[in-house]
Design a protein around this ligand. Structure first.
Ligand SMILES: [Zn+2]
Length: 311
């Protein structure tokens, strides 16, 4: 792991807050209420009484107060920011994910708090409003997989709930980006088309297996290349492959089985966001653990969590 765990941001609250400010506000504080970023119109609230919250700023435009955590997944958390930084570094660095039990022990906080914290970090990892994948001369690989615990010992199996969740993933092999989606109502031609056209540029070459899910939509793309999976074809005659998207599914499934021991369908999208984040920002692309954790902190913006209880 390339993050130096002796770094004060993991132990000292003032350093942790200063680091979050530096990452979120490289050009100085920005008011969370009105967007004012004029340093002459923003004042740090300081005083000897210490009656105010740490890192509090006063905005002269809207006469409001704010801190660096307002409007992020860190807002209203009772956990110190130093623990958040440590959790973000560990989750960013663990290729197969990290169990809540293990992280709870490493952070010295309760399992329940850790569990909520990790889901907030997954929310911060989620890509929102990214540019279309592929593009002219580019390609997008798409594939679907089925996810679920079909062990005959599991509760849901005994209840007769053998339905598996459907996941569709898209990979842009040139940019090294993946986006994965839990298809809550199953995968039909129209919902899969929706995912494809919303995320991929139709100027790209679409690369899929021969599933009928893609046949009609494939005609909307500049080109549609297919692979014969039943024939164990790994590269088709024109040199196209769906290996990248299959590798992503492999890493996801191994991590879910080995580290998370499966999850309920209601949380599946968050785990997909976690694995997609690490795939897209992996070290093979020259991104280290430190930068990856800082990217999570940047992604924490505008994502207040909906959990009712405060941890
Ligand atoms: Zn303001």
């Amino acid at each position: 792991m390339s993050a130096n765990l002796q770094n004060p941001i993991f132990t000292d609250e003032t350093a942790a807050r200063a680091h979050l400010e530096a990452v979120r506000w490289p050009d100085g504080p920005i008011c969370a209420q009105c967007g004012n970023a004029d340093p002459k119109r923003i004042a740090k609230v300081e005083g000897e009484k210490q009656s105010h919250r740490d890192g509090l700023y006063y905005c002269n435009e809207c006469k409001g107060q704010f801190t660096v955590t307002v409007g992020t997944v860190f807002e209203r958390s009772k956990l110190p920011l130093s623990k958040w930084w440590l959790a973000m570094h560990l989750m960013a660095a663990s290729k197969k994910g990290m169990s809540s039990h293990q992280l709870s022990r490493m952070l010295g906080i309760s399992y329940k708090s850790t569990w909520f914290m990790m889901h907030r970090i997954r929310e911060a990892m989620k890509v929102t409003g990214g540019a279309p994948m592929g593009g002219e001369g580019g390609q997008v690989q798409a594939d679907e997989t089925y996810y679920g615990n079909t062990s005959k010992r599991s509760k849901s199996y005994r209840k007769g709930l053998k339905r598996k969740a459907v996941v569709v993933a898209l990979v842009d092999p040139h940019k090294g980006e993946v986006r994965a989606f839990h298809m809550e109502n199953g995968a039909g031609v129209d919902v899969v088309r929706d995912v494809l056209v919303k995320n991929a540029s139709r100027k790209s070459t679409l690369v899929t297996d021969e599933s009928l899910l893609y046949t009609r939509t494939g005609k909307e793309f500049a080109d549609h290349q297919t692979m014969v999976h039943s024939g164990r074809e790994y590269v088709n005659k024109d040199g196209f492959t769906t290996n990248n998207v299959e590798n992503f599914f492999g890493t996801f499934k191994r991590g879910m089985r080995g580290t998370y021991h499966f999850c309920g369908e209601q949380h599946l999208q968050r785990y997909l966001d976690e694995f997609s984040f690490r795939y897209t920002n992996r070290s093979g692309l020259g991104i280290g653990d430190v930068v990856r954790a800082e990217m999570i902190a940047k992604g924490a913006e505008g994502k207040r969590l909906t959990y009712r209880r405060r941890y």
